[in-house]
Design a protein around this ligand. Structure first.
Ligand SMILES: Nc1ncnc2c1ncn2[C@@H]1O[C@H](COP(=O)(O)OP(=O)(O)OP(=O)(O)O)[C@@H](O)[C@H]1O
Ligand SMILES: [Mg+2]
Length: 283
């Protein structure tokens, strides 16, 4: 992580200028998330090695690939939990990182309001109820009045099928229910895009299915989503595109069925082989 590093800052003012200039002269349909020639090094380890990725408004992209390929690092570079080493990251038409210079620390809070992130491990506050967890960003960052924040939190919990659990503490919820609370919390500030990092990999199959159902519903509601996942079924059913990452590079990208069943990349074919074999047996 970058805590302790000197604060890079030169991008901040330029980013504001870009934003105010009708997306820096780009067309209205500019990508919600744009990543160009993104490089991330940890010491001498080049973990992301020139990633290009545009995500359009309403698009659902599944990020797949073998363990250690760089999926989590890519997600963390988009909301600046990691500082990119080289390349460009834009969110909602605003440059948040360019050539190793990132938004000022203070402005990263605003960035994270605009990009909701859902982690594998939920990260809920254990001493707060489900509704309080969801209301917290509305109170703290959204400056919403308490009664209104709670009302909206209960609405959001309803959207993930948990209206009746609003007053429960996380310890009294299943893993799948906790993850759905985390999704509701990430939706609270109406982000321009949602990033998911293996949201079901810590869950049993039943809980996974609940969470995937909620995510599929979001995908049909026009929420822009980038999802790191090993769930091939979800990628096929719910995403518009699979982007396959191997050793820090995009080695295959396209419509889900093409990537799963007809990939030119040997690494991608290996990755999907088990699923494809199973499908053939079942069919
Ligand atoms: N903070 C860090 N410091 C040093 N190396 C790191 C750090 N975070 C990740 N890495 C390295 O970067 C590489 C990519 O890791 P990353 O977690 O992005 O992979 P991944 O594709 O998400 O894998 P998985 O499918 O297992 O989640 C790995 O070699 C990892 O060891
Ligand atoms: Mg990961």
């Amino acid at each position: 992580m970058s805590a302790g590093q000197a604060e890079p800052g030169a991008v901040a003012d330029r980013a504001v200028a870009d934003h105010g200039d009708h997306h820096g002269g780009r067309p209205e349909e500019a990508a919600v998330v744009r990543v160009e020639k993104l490089v991330k090094c940890f010491g001498s380890n080049r973990v992301l090695d020139g990633i290009d990725l545009d995500i359009a408004k309403g698009e659902v992209v599944s990020l797949m690939g073998q363990s250690g390929g760089g999926k989590t690092t890519l997600l963390r570079c988009i909301n600046l939990l990691e500082e990119p080493t080289e390349g460009v990251v834009e969110v909602g038409g605003e440059v948040v990182s360019k050539d190793g210079e990132c938004l000022h620390r203070a402005r990263r809070v605003q960035l994270r309001q605009r990009v909701g992130m859902v982690f594998q491990s939920f990260n809920l506050f254990q001493h707060l109820t489900a509704a309080e967890n969801v209301a917290l960003p509305l109170l703290r960052v959204g400056k919403v009045e308490r009664a209104e924040a709670v009302r909206r939190a209960v609405d959001l919990l309803g959207r993930v099928g948990l209206a009746d659990k609003a007053l429960e503490l996380p310890s009294r919820l299943s893993g799948g229910q906790q993850q759905r609370v985390a999704i509701a919390r990430a939706l609270a500030l109406r982000p321009v895009a949602m990033l998911f990092d293996e949201p079901t990999s810590a869950l049993d199959p039943e809980s996974s299915a609940e969470v995937l159902t909620v995510m599929k519903e979001l995908s049909t509601e026009g929420i822009t989503m980038l999802v790191s996942t090993h769930e091939v079924g979800f990628a096929l059913d719910a995403s518009d595109r699979i982007v396959f990452i191997d050793r820090g590079k995009v080695v295959q990208a396209g419509p889900p069925r093409e990537v799963v069943f007809g990939s030119a990349s040997e690494r991608a074919r290996d990755f999907f082989a088990g699923f494809v074999r199973l499908g053939k047996t079942a069919g």
